[in-house]
Design a binder for this molecule. Structure first.
Ligand code: GLN
Length: 478
């Protein structure tokens, strides 16, 4: 698969057509190697061809002309089902397309591929899908990360150059790290949530995977910017195209000591140390800094997230959407039967935790407290970016490389700890990205760059400089 820029250039210059790209992607999706990954929940040659015909007929080719972009299946589409990888949405069809889908199509992209995920985006391994786990294309015994594992796997397997995922607390950065690709989470409100199935409404951000920083950047430019359908979108213009930078002179990178604990996996540490050396060689000033409230991030996230999830998931009652169990004579029995049969174990766990922390007797002890700590966590970042002269922060994306399938499914806390370096950024609503920085035991290691509010373009520029300098071939890596 060519890069986004290569496909667009070829379509513009007449070297290929969007129709030919649609045909070739359909061919790849149908191969046993790709099918085996279980990365898609639905894909439609008809939709791909329809989008391609529109792109080929356009008078001026759009900025994503002919580019196939897979969509996580918690983003709604009219022409294809939206399942959130849950049985409870069985048979559901959205009456409208998400804003991001409209924007991708208007830019000439092909969007007929819906990808597998952890049920309702709850998880860090894509093992919580009601339709089976997704395989990591680099090692089939391992997970691709989650919750946007299907999108990550399709990009890593080279089927599409870019894909959409969603982030509530790391669900694009963490799988990008596990699959050796780029994952960019914009700041909260930079991309419309209209048509993203609500999970944690104060955290949710549609985010982008690319094989390279440039691939991800070109998609983010198209989908970002204010949307009258989502009142929480920031009133700043869309993310601007990153400019080419020679080096990183004038940039100060902070290394939060809390993200490099003494017991950090040695392979992850080695890749990070080497990257810090590269950042210095590129002219950046590198400084040790502190994010003192980081250690509360996972606990805080796993109070706020279930609280919001429990409220958002109350709408799946057997009346309005998808699955219905029971005859409706007794409405409570209908709710119980539908929700009991429709939701998987992790979703039920979040609803129970969320309902508990929001209950009258515990609200102040858990939910209010978590909101207070969230403020402290955001304040840590504010201080570094606005008072201490830090341009960007660098940390590992994940504490380990991709773990084996089944290894953490029986221990939710171990699963939650995969989010230890990414959750605080989601709580603070900041932009961040993960990019490949090496390998450990043959598996990809992700480096995590965090930026200030509205700092997406600068973050992408910095990442592109680093990407050029990190040895690309496996042999050159530690
Ligand atoms: N691991 C996080 C969770 O389970 C990821 C959620 C997300 O970003 N969608 O909540």
């Amino acid at each position: 698969m060519d890069s986004v820029a290569e496909i667009v250039a070829a379509v513009k210059e007449g070297g290929t057509t969007a129709g030919a790209v649609a045909h070739s992607v359909g061919g790849q999706l149908g191969t046993p190697e790709v099918q085996q990954l279980n990365a898609t929940l639905d894909w439609s040659q008809g939709v791909l061809d329809g989008d391609a015909a529109r792109a080929d007929a356009a008078e001026t080719p759009g900025p994503l002309a002919g580019v196939p972009i897979a969509i996580k299946d918690n983003i709604v589409t009219i022409e294809q089902p939206t399942t959130c990888a849950s049985r409870i949405l069985q048979g559901y069809r959205s009456p409208y397309d998400a804003t991001v889908v409209n924007r991708l199509r208007a830019a000439g992209a092909l969007v007929g591929i819906k990808t597998n995920l952890d049920e309702f985006a709850m998880g860090s391994s894509t093992e919580h899908s009601a339709f089976g786990r997704v395989l990591n294309p680099l090692d089939h015994d391992r997970v691709p990360g989650g919750s946007s594992g299907g999108s990550a796997a399709l990009v890593a397997a080279g089927v599409v150059p870019a894909a959409l995922g969603s982030e509530t607390g790391g669900s694009v950065r963490q799988p990008a790290s596990f699959c050796g690709i780029v994952g960019v989470k914009p700041g909260y409100g930079r991309v419309s949530r209209f048509g993203l199935v609500a999970f944690g409404s104060s955290l949710d951000c549609i985010s982008v995977f690319g094989r390279t920083v440039a691939d991800a950047a070109s998609v983010l430019q198209v989908i970002s910017g204010p949307d009258p359908h989502d009142a929480t979108t920031v009133s700043a213009p869309a993310v601007a195209a990153p400019a080419h930078r020679q080096d990183l002179s004038g940039i100060t990178i902070g290394l939060p000591k809390e993200c490099f604990p003494a017991d950090l996996d040695p392979g992850i540490r080695a890749a990070c140390d080497r990257t810090v050396g590269i950042l210095r060689d590129l002219g950046a000033e590198v400084r040790d800094v502190s994010l003192p409230h980081t250690r509360y991030a996972v606990a805080t996230y796993y109070v706020i997230n279930p609280a919001e999830a429990s409220a958002n998931l109350a709408r799946y009652d057997g009346v309005r959407y998808g699955l219905r169990r029971g005859d409706g004579a007794d409405v409570r029995a209908l709710y119980r039967a539908t929700r009991g049969a429709g939701f998987g174990a992790e979703v039920k766990r979040r609803i129970i935790i969320g309902t508990y922390v929001l209950s009258a007797g515990y609200y102040d002890a858990y939910y209010t407290k978590a909101q207070q700590v969230r403020e402290l966590i955001a304040g840590d970042f504010d201080r570094l970016f606005h008072e201490e002269g830090i341009s960007y922060l660098f940390t590992p994306t994940t504490p380990t490389v991709a773990f084996r399938a089944g290894e953490r499914t029986d221990d939710p806390v171990q699963m939650y700890l995969a989010d230890i370096f990414v959750a605080s950024v989601s709580l603070a609503g900041l932009p961040a990205l993960s990019m490949p920085i090496g390998r450990s035991g043959g598996l990809p290691v992700g480096g995590h760059l965090i930026g200030p509010h509205l700092g997406e373009t600068g973050l992408l520029e910095t990442a592109a400089v680093l990407e050029r300098a990190v040895p690309a071939t496996e042999e050159a890596l530690p």
